[in-house]
Design a protein around this ligand. Sequence first.
Ligand code: 5GP
Ligand code: ZN
Length: 143
Amino acid sequence: MGRDPNCLFCKIVAGEIPCARVYETEHALAFLDIGPLKPGHLLVIPKAHHETLPELPDSVAAETARLLPRLCRAVKKATQAEGLNVMVNVGPVAGQSVAHMHWHIIPRHGGDSIAWPWNSQRYEEGAVTLLQDAIAAELRPED
Ligand code: 5GP
Ligand code: ZN
């Protein structure tokens, strides 16, 4: 299994740095975020080292992401959350501070202090088609 000796989350996987584990499989680990946005904030990671979501092999993504619904149910029940934010930051510009891909599961309660939604924008005339075509072109042939 791929490991980066300098990676914090690889060290957590190896048990070299302690964490509050809540669930694990052969390929994935879920543990409490040490600096939670809300109590119960969970991180879900593939055990193998991959820096970002776009770099995950499909099989690793599937092995890890298949746990999300179950983990979401558990966090929701245990924290009596009314809802959740499930998110992934990709790259430092998007707020990724640990370069070992991870999903965040964040419990949400009415009136809590997490600022959402972000400011949304509007497409200029014709821009939707341009982006639709540009992204679709990247997906052909399937890679
Ligand atoms: P990112 O900003 O990369 O999307 O999220 C990284 C998350 O990892 C942060 O929410 C941060 O609180 C958490 N984190 C950083 N260091 C540790 C650690 O040593 N243990 C645990 N459990 N979480 C950590
Ligand atoms: Zn790692």
